[in-house]
Design a protein around this ligand. Structure first.
Ligand code: SF4
Ligand code: SF4
Length: 480
């Protein structure tokens, strides 16, 4: 049910989180500017972030643009690239024997045949599209079945960058996007475009002059012309109901959300083509580091787990998908709402990670591979960020061993909450304004048992009524 009106006061909030308003040093010291929730929920433009989210000139993750280079993605596979063929085959053979046993006996929660069927239903659309041989051409040059203004015999759409941003935000929200951001592709942010398309046959991505985005199959290159210098970024919410149930159900939660990302960017491409503009889109792997584009377009902060943490739904989005467009838009600024600062204290995701892929050190670092054996420079340890580097090989190896996409870190995060709760909202407000209570909030989150569902609750997913798409749409800060 949508809560349209709230009268939660500062005193109620302090009571709810167990802090008496008088006589507690921390509470007395912080004096954050508490607003009534009504004020929080009605802060200006409905698509603007709540008032406690601050726009900043520089992202909260430190970036050394001199060090950063375009990531040469190519066919790099962070599982197989670190193993001999024999080692990889042995892991896969054992995984196969395990899953056959599980899906025959159907006695391991989260790993039954029906759970696996749900997973593969979620991923079905993505896998089908990625298998299409002509996809790169359509991704770059558009879909011939959709008309352009020339075909329609009308002039192309024109408007100011601000009008374009509002129009695209509205279109993407309608088509499934949860939040929408915009950024410029300039000499600096160009470094956040992959060196090659992630879609087979993985042509190089080059910045050259051309009348429009072009795929040159002979030269195996995709040309990004100078007119294509804007990034439209949108998030898609992912079901916490599914993602908190470890196994194939959590995997299916990710797959369904990825599929929705793909569908939404397809719709954006069609929309812009009719208006007379172009997009360069990708499969689910994006045009560049998706978290980075989410940060640069003001949709969230980069957290310890290397996901984008959004002010609205934490990391329960999949993903900050970036499309390269030539319609001039109004760029947005990065944001700070205290989540990255919170990650210094909170280590819930690194504690829960079964493969120990996430770094548990308090301080982020500029160091890249030195701390890890085996890891070659790749997406999550591409130089130029001061962050908690992530051993994606360990993570990916765990995916192979468990036959799942895991995602325990995502569902465990303190910012992953479905409930439309005034307490959760006020916690966000508080930690955006002060880090003094961060330890308290982490302890409270653990003691309330938030995060992954216990194993004996996993299969309840099949018999518990779900919201549409498994997503609590009533928890939408932009519309409630
Ligand atoms: S997906 Fe799983 S294995 Fe990978 S980092 Fe997250 S918790 Fe660890
Ligand atoms: S679980 Fe904690 S440390 Fe990990 S990303 Fe979320 S807030 Fe940050």
């Amino acid at each position: 049910m949508v809560r349209a009106h709230s009268t939660l006061s500062r005193r109620d909030f302090m009571k709810a989180i167990g802090i008496a308003t008088a006589g507690i040093g921390a509470a007395a010291a912080i004096q954050p500017k508490f607003h009534d929730l009504d004020e929080l929920l009605s802060s200006g433009n409905i698509y603007k972030n709540p008032w406690f989210v601050t726009e900043v000139d520089e992202p909260t993750v430190e970036i050394d643009w001199q060090k950063m280079q375009r990531f040469q993605k190519g066919k790099y596979n962070n599982f197989a690239s670190h193993l001999s063929k024999e080692e990889a085959a042995a892991i896969q053979a054992k995984t196969k024997a395990d899953y056959q046993k599980n899906m025959t006996q159907n006695d391991v929660p989260g790993f039954t045949l029906r759970d696996n069927a749900m997973k593969l239903a979620g991923w079905g659309g993505v896998r089908w599209r990625m298998s299409q041989a002509t996809l790169v051409k359509e991704m770059v040059e558009g879909w011939p079945l959709i008309p352009t203004p020339t075909v329609l015999g009308v002039p192309k759409w024109t408007g100011t960058p601000e009008e374009a941003s509002i129009m695209l935000t509205q279109l993407l929200r309608y088509c499934g996007g949860s939040s929408v951001g915009f950024a410029e592709i300039n000499e600096t942010t160009k470094k956040m475009i992959w060196g090659q398309m992630p879609q087979a046959p993985n042509p190089d991505i080059v910045f050259e002059e051309a009348p429009k985005p072009t795929y040159d199959a002979t030269a195996k290159k995709v040309i990004v012309p100078s007119s294509s210098r804007y990034a439209v970024v949108h998030t898609i919410r992912q079901s916490l109901d599914a993602s908190a149930r470890v196994g194939y159900l959590s995997d299916g939660g990710a797959g369904t959300a990825y599929d929705n990302c793909d569908i939404t960017q397809w719709r954006l491409m069609c929309f812009l083509q009719v208006l007379g503009y172009t997009t360069i889109r990708q499969n689910i792997q994006g045009n560049g580091p998706i978290v980075g584009w989410g940060v640069m377009s003001g949709l969230g902060e980069q957290g310890r787990m290397q996901h984008l943490i959004t002010p609205e739904w934490g990391p329960m989005i999949r993903q900050s998908t970036m499309n390269i467009v030539d319609i001039p838009i109004a760029p947005m600024k990065p944001v700070d709402f205290g989540s990255r600062k919170f990650c210094y204290t909170c280590k819930k995701c690194s504690d829960v990670c079964p493969s120990k892929a996430l770094q548990g050190e308090t301080e982020p670092s500029w160091e890249i591979t030195q701390a890890y054996d085996l890891v070659k420079p790749e997406l999550f340890n591409n130089p130029g960020l001061k962050t908690w580097y992530f051993n994606h090989h360990k993570c990916n190896r765990y995916w192979q061993e468990s036959d799942t996409y895991c995602g325990m870190c995502q569902a465990t995060c303190v910012f992953s909450k479905d409930a439309l709760s005034t307490v959760h909202e006020m916690v966000k407000v508080t930690l955006a304004k002060t880090s003094l209570l961060n330890s308290f909030f982490i302890a409270a989150d653990k003691s309330f048992g938030y995060g992954l569902r216990p194993e004996d609750k996993t299969e309840e997913w099949w018999t518990t009524p779900l919201p549409v798409n498994g997503i609590h749409y009533e928890n939408d800060v932009f519309y409630r």
